[in-house]
Ligand binder design. Structure first.
Ligand code: MOS
Length: 700
């Protein structure tokens, strides 16, 4: 569906399908990724990670390794350059892991303890594997479970209204259930890699990240440099999903380049990514729902436990999920966290909402069953008029429109609600649904737009395209704002020297960057309308949306995207294997800039939801404190043969407060997808699946 709202649109680029502007460069190999860009005199660093879960480094036997072919240096806590740790970074205080090699303490398996640098990557690897590091070990604890000792409630992580016990007592129907989700990993295709070199007094870094300006600011603070003495670029990125903020490979590359006075590249291995780039915490969640016989909610109570490391607190806020979604007389939610001897978890696609929606949307399905009410009808009955906790109006919602359209296209009306009665040979068949929601945010950004003398336009913005198609979407936005064909726009991105811009995260990149671009483009058009020839150096306008975005934040509203998820599954009664046969997602997620890449984005999220439902699970060995099978052989994920026909579409839902009508689509696709599948497995078999992944042994 296309929309006609918004202040731009004369060239008609926004809303029409465009292939990626950098697509040809990518498929021909002309696009260079951070680990591929050639540098003269390049040296290669290889990280060495701790093999113990807790203790101190007793010794690093660098001597023998320095005799090995090509080895240039071994950096460790005894000799590494000092860095700053006491600062406020762009996303808050830094995770202490970024203060690389500053002390001898080891807080988890996989903590970086050394960087071996050599002439070639192979020499560095061989030497790194030969490096002997001795430890004094201490007992460790990596055992996560609901409500375990040490679990605490961080400031600001609880919200609620109403009397829980009184409303529970008044509820005719009560569902109380516990759900768990395992540790999950981002595993982007392109590993984290960075090359650092000094150009006079200026630090230049090519990195694979979600926000070059954010990484530049962080490196400037770590190494006590002026902000404009650091330049970070990241033109092409092969996936990120929350894992590509500032990571230790970049810090190590800068340290080694500083010591060796030559360019140094550090690329992580797939296995190293399992401990150095964050992950989604396992969760243990308890949901209590109380309702009248017709399904109207009296009680929504959601408690979600997660873990963090002992060095930094990151909370997977799963219990936040239901706050804007369903009304209830007593509405309470709390996130709790326990520090363990494990790496720090981080943002991973739909942090909080992905596991939170699994628990709550499954519980809602259980309530529908108990009430004998259709799951969609039950959601209609509990649709709030204003924010259930805030009392604020929604900027727009359209959740019911998503269910209406989804139900029609999926064929929901014909569904027999009874479980365990449909057979196709040895397969039991079932269908399920779930709602989805994700916060809609925007952040200040700057853009620089130049009218060139040859009639083309150059846009510079420190946006990053992590594989989403953002660069193409921004080209379309710029084309409409400048009223020219997209082919006349040169979109330059991912260079910190272009000025401050939000990183690609929180589903707010394209919305925030587009705002900055049309602001600059609008002013440029006014300048051009005054007439006169464009001088050889062009005419340049710079925008800053700080004031406009700040004003929007002052206008208090509930701002979210919404969606409905549908799945059909087949369950093999003899093996317990679950096959997803089809999925449908209908989203209300603002104006869709590029239907081609947007559909891919939604389908990508839904595919990950399938993978989360059936496959993904990182297993931690209690004895060693490390992973079992930390690679893409041991960590299962959905491959092509697991992924059936997936359809994604959207309803008309332009954001009235955004100049282009954009909301943000990066994360909503995964939300609710695993719940729809789990609910379909119940419909097929009659057995509830409250623990992910839904492995055959759990089905049988
Ligand atoms: Mo994304 S998890 O907001 O980087």
């Amino acid at each position: 569906m296309t929309t006609t709202t918004g202040t731009t649109g004369l060239s008609g680029a926004v809303g029409s399908a465009h292939t990626r502007v950098e697509g040809l460069a990518k498929v021909t190999g002309a696009a260079r990724y951070a680990g591929e860009i050639p540098f003269a005199e390049l040296a290669h660093g290889w990280l060495v990670l701790s093999t113990v879960a807790r203790g101190r480094i007793r010794s690093v036997a660098a001597g023998p390794v320095l005799e090995m072919p090509g080895v240039l240096t071994v950096l460790h806590h005894g000799n590494a350059p000092r860095v700053e740790g006491d600062y406020m970074g762009p996303l808050g205080p830094p995770d202490p892991v970024l203060q690389l090699f500053q002390h001898d303490r080891v807080p988890y398996v996989g903590w970086p303890v050394a960087l071996v640098v050599a002439e070639t990557s192979e020499q560095a690897r061989e030497a790194a594997e030969a490096l002997t590091v001795e430890y004094d070990t201490e007992p460790h604890d990596v055992a996560f479970s609901a409500g375990r000792p040490g679990m605490r409630t961080p400031e600001g992580s609880a919200a609620g209204k109403g009397d829980l016990e009184a409303q529970l007592a008044a509820s005719a129907v009560v569902v109380e259930a516990e759900y768990t989700t395992p540790e999950e990993h981002h595993s982007p295709m392109e590993p984290h890699g960075a090359t650092a070199h000094w150009d006079g007094g200026r630090l230049e870094v090519v990195d694979s990240n979600q926000g070059s300006r954010f990484v530049a600011d962080e490196l400037a603070k770590l190494f006590s440099l002026d902000a404009d003495a650091v330049r970070v670029r990241s033109e092409h990125i092969g996936g990120a999903f929350g894992s590509k903020g500032t990571r230790v490979h970049a810090v190590g590359a800068v340290m080694a380049a500083t010591v060796l006075h030559r360019p140094v590249r550090v690329v992580m291995t797939r296995r190293q990514m399992f401990t150095l780039t964050g992950y989604r915490s396992p969760t243990a969640q308890r949901v209590r729902l109380g309702a009248d016989p017709d399904g109207r909610l009296r009680v929504l109570d959601h408690q979600a436990d997660c873990l963090t490391s002992t060095v930094y607190e990151f909370v997977e806020r799963s219990a936040d999920y239901g706050r804007p979604l369903y009304d209830a007389d007593a509405h309470h939610s709390v996130n709790r966290v326990v520090p363990l001897d494990v790496p720090t978890p981080t943002y991973m696609r739909a942090p909080g909402e992905a596991p939170g929606s699994f628990a709550l949307e499954c519980a809602v399905d259980e309530l529908a069953e108990k009430c004998g009410v259709d799951p969609i009808a039950l959601r209609v009955r509990n649709e709030p008029v204003v924010g259930p906790l805030s009392g604020l109006p929604f900027s727009s919602r359209n959740l019911l429109a998503c269910f209406e359209e989804g139900a029609r296209r999926f064929g929901w009306a014909d569904r027999d609600p009874r479980p365990g009665i449909r057979r196709d040979g040895r397969w039991l068949l079932g269908t399920g649904t779930a709602a989805a929601t994700f916060p809609m945010l925007s952040a200040p950004s700057t853009a620089v737009v130049t009218a060139e003398a040859d009639g083309t336009f150059t846009v510079r913005i420190a946006a990053s395209d992590v594989g989403t198609g953002a660069r193409t979407a921004l080209t379309q936005v710029a084309a409409d704002a400048l009223e020219v064909a997209p082919g006349r726009i040169r979109m330059r991105i991912a260079d910190s020297s272009f000025g401050p811009a939000i990183l690609a995260g929180g589903s707010m990149g394209t919305r925030s960057w587009a705002w900055a671009i049309i602001t600059a483009a609008g002013e440029l058009r006014e300048r051009l309308a005054l007439g006169g020839a464009v001088p050889p150096e062009g005419i340049t306008v710079r925008s800053d949306t700080s004031a406009a975005v700040g004003a929007l934040a002052q206008a208090k509203k509930e701002r979210y995207t919404f969606g409905s998820q549908f799945a059909e599954v087949a369950v093999d009664v003899s093996t317990g294997e679950v096959r997803v046969r089809r999925m449908l997602g209908i989203f209300a997620a603002g104006r869709i800039v590029n239907p081609l890449t947007a559909r891919s984005q939604f389908i990508g999220g839904m595919t990950w939801g399938l993978s989360m439902a059936l496959h993904e699970e990182a297993t931690r060995d209690q004895a060693s404190g490390g992973h079992v099978g930390a690679d893409l052989a041991g960590y299962h994920f959905a491959a092509n043969a697991d992924v059936p026909h997936i359809e994604a579409d959207w309803v008309d839902d332009p954001d009235p407060d955004d100049p282009v009508g954009i909301k943000g689509i990066g994360e909503i696709g995964i939300v609710g997808a695993a719940a729809a599948i789990a609910n379909a497995v119940w419909h097929a078999t009659g057995a509830r699946q409250r623990h992910l992944p839904i492995r055959p042994d759990r089905v049988l």
